[in-house]
Design a protein around this ligand. Structure first.
Ligand code: GLC
Length: 471
């Protein structure tokens, strides 16, 4: 079976968030299980990509309305990746240092998908499944089914995985001519709310849909960012498959990005050394718990609530815990969070930016990981948290519901209901109380570290899904 993943991100070469981790780890697991796996991403101007050895295997053009973009396909070699990596080079659109956030993101990712198909239609061996991830590749199922040019690919089964249905790749019908000529009677498949909507087109055209957790799938049926009606309509071909984590990359016993390695048996000692290192680096108080936040600083992740909560904590001068933040995103939120450092009193600090190595150390040395997400399709940080003995404190939403049960219900984390500072505050108060009860704390830490979040189960579920659509 040959699977092609088409994605905007892939760990370890192009990462903004969880999408990269999932695509990289899933492709790796599938390869280990004997599938033939390719991952195709754009060639950004990132040092992690520029240092890879490549050979050009195909060149052509993408026509996007009146624009014409030359592109080429690079095959990476001598990488330490276990799967085959292909890079689509469209210099005008992707030779940039950020993965997203440009005004022409629509042009960039539509061109990426067309380039991919222009290449695929020339290849003799047809893949078993095209596995599309998020809006950046969600038009592919539509294009192969209805664009005349790709007729030869129209029988390839497609699976669309939604990692984040908030971003839907919408654009006006004035850009309809970007799409290679198709059967115009099918235009309604593209349309949602008066626009072309990549996710809507993907939901209708893909053979099957997966979300990255079962609870998220339930949730978007009633709260689907405007698409709930459509989510219900395609429910019959949808399934929630809970993400796993790469237990080799995220293993405190072998992790050379942390100050001291540790396993379940010596977690207390190991975490203490990591905590001391963190406290030294960020001028924090080693005697009280560290509550960390790692991730993209956007409202969807509750980063604005994090600011309000931190501000309140510092004003009240409570000094019962430290807050340590690693992330970047919305500039206004970044500035707000930064503005608190002046009054940090040695219990608050942050690093604005993306730093994978630091993330590992923060998991290693923190006591709790806070996830005040407004929406979370799966969330990986709570699982990284478990693995490093860092207890998750999460809002009950999406995949967090599927992975974190409250300690009062025999679970291994702390849950709260509402997206409010009050709820975060009382959850953190419970965390501080737990921190003082060392015996209970250690039991929870160790049980969390024993949880199995490997890709084995999800991998089997994806395999079943592929088999179902290959017919
Ligand atoms: C996105 C989602 C996150 C999920 C990840 C991987 O980043 O926001 O919840 O875990 O994708 O699927």
């Amino acid at each position: 079976m040959e699977i092609i993943h088409i994605s905007a991100e892939c760990y370890p070469v192009a990462k903004v968030g969880g999408l990269a981790d999932v695509v990289g780890a899933l492709a790796k697991t599938q390869t280990q299980e004997g599938l033939s796996v390719k991952v195709v991403i754009p060639y950004y101007n990132l040092s992690s990509l520029k240092t890879i050895q490549t050979e050009t295997i195909f060149s052509s053009d993408v026509k996007l309305g009146q624009f014409n973009f030359p592109f080429s396909i690079l095959k990476a070699f001598n990488t330490r990746l276990e799967f085959d990596l292909y890079l689509i080079v469209i210099p005008e659109l992707f030779d940039r240092e950020e993965i997203y956030g440009y005004r022409d993101d629509i042009e960039r990712f539509v061109a990426f998908q067309i380039a991919f198909l222009n290449w695929q239609k020339t290849i003799e061996t047809i893949p078993s499944v095209l596995h599309c991830h998020d809006y950046h590749s969600a038009l592919i199922p539509f294009m192969i089914t209805h664009s005349y040019e790709y007729n030869i690919l129209c029988r390839i089964p497609t699976l669309l995985t939604l990692h984040n249905a908030l971003y839907q790749g919408q654009f006006g019908f004035d850009k309809l001519h970007y799409l290679p000529q198709y059967d115009l009677s099918k235009t309604n498949i593209l349309e949602w709310g008066g626009n072309i909507n990549s996710i809507a087109a993907g939901l209708r055209s893909a053979r099957a849909i997966t979300t990255v957790s079962p609870s998220y799938l339930e949730q978007i049926n009633t709260n689907g960012y405007g698409l709930e009606y459509l989510f219900r309509e395609v429910r019959y071909k949808s399934k929630g498959i809970l993400n796993g984590i790469d237990t080799e990359v995220w293993n405190p016993e072998t992790d050379n990005k942390i100050a001291a390695q540790y396993g379940i048996k010596n977690a207390t000692v190991g975490k203490k050394i990591n905590k001391e290192k963190l406290c030294e680096m960020f001028h924090l108080d080693v005697n009280i718990p560290i509550i960390c936040f790692i991730g993209r600083l956007y409202e969807e992740k509750g980063a604005d609530l994090l600011y309000e909560f931190s501000k309140k904590t510092l004003q009240e001068n409570a000094e019962k815990f430290n807050i340590l933040i690693l992330g970047s995103g919305n500039e206004a939120i970044e500035k707000q969070l930064q503005s608190l450092v002046a009054d940090s009193q040695g219990v608050y600090n942050l690093f604005v930016g993306f730093d994978e190595d630091l993330a590992h150390l923060i998991y290693g040395g923190s006591d709790f990981i806070l996830m005040p997400s407004r929406t979370e399709s799966c969330g990986l940080n709570q699982m990284y948290g478990y693995r490093y003995g860092t207890i998750p404190v999460v809002r009950k939403t999406g995949g967090l519901i599927d992975t974190v049960q409250d300690i009062d219900k025999n679970g291994l984390g702390i849950c709260f209901q509402n997206e409010t500072v009050e709820d975060i505050t009382s959850a953190i108060e419970r965390a501080v109380t737990l921190f003082e009860n060392k015996e209970k704390l250690n039991t929870i830490i160790k049980s969390g570290m024993m949880r199995d979040h490997s890709w084995n189960k999800a991998n089997q579920d994806y395999l079943k899904m592929y088999k179902l659509i290959i017919k």
